[in-house]
Design a protein around this ligand. Sequence first.
Ligand SMILES: [Zn+2]
Length: 349
Amino acid sequence: MIQPPRITVPGLVRIKGGALARLGLYLRREGHGRVVVAASAGLPGGVLDTVRQGLAREGVQAVRWVEVENNEFETAAALFAELPGGVGAVVGLGGGKALDIAKYLAYLARRPYFAAPTALSHDGFCSPQASLTIKGRRRSLAAALPHGVVVDVAVCLEAPRILWLSGLGDLVSKLSAVFDWKLAFHHRGEPVEDLAALLSDATVHQFLANPEFTPQGMIHLGTALMLNGIAMEICGSSRPASGSEHLISHALDELAARPRLHGLQVGMATYVTCRLQGQRADTVDRLFQTTGFWDAIRADPFAREDWLAALALAPSLKEDFFTVLSTRDCLPEFRAMLDEDPRLAGCFV
Ligand SMILES: [Zn+2]
């Protein structure tokens, strides 16, 4: 008999205002009296106080509280080597680097991981990979989904708005990623996992119905980004969340003098790849107009030469990964887009 796929998904999900104050309660309820906390450097004092007081109130002891400043593999390995005895869970608090270090530490130590992002700037807080640097190069390492997802939407609304724009840029990229996946099926027979593709697509549409910088809008964004991570876990691949638009962003990370926020690069690349794919560019454009994404890019435009180089490099970045960029040389079309598409006017210098 064929065994159905077995996946592990978060058992505790709290995406609401005031969730961080209750983090201690959630941990205590699950029997975790001793935890390690990896927190981003420079978090607002109010956020730190809220978490510390919440832990203390519930008698949960942070036996190790580390301030994370980098996402180097060696940092996670050193924390693992020095892990105090009797630690029940690992908590990641803050932004991407702290969450990636905490996620990987939990994976190495085989402990449940609780992700508590303080901004929703990309889908990494609930993905099955940890993005770490090894000898200066960014690598995506296998890890596990968090056991707990605790997103305080009131705290996320206090974070700079540009982080929210980055988050919606990463979310909308699923439109292009899922299309690339289907292209890979049609051109090369790569199997598409229907449920994972549907879930990924559905999360975007739910957010598109209410793309607001409000508590409710933030709940939708957090839920959508989390479900993208689960879509990746379902199919054991990054396909539902990452396609040609992510290749372009990875290329920019390698060659741009000043790489930008992941979701800003990916969001812009999504508009470009949707145009190359001949689908959904209008949907992306509408979202970017409504939310002020275009305005934010124009306030700090991308470098045109970096993007031309990134588009040339992108198709070769990931071995055996078919996307719209594999179908033809897309550089001339992109060049024409830069010159002629009124939406892109002012977005590149
Ligand atoms: Zn992404």
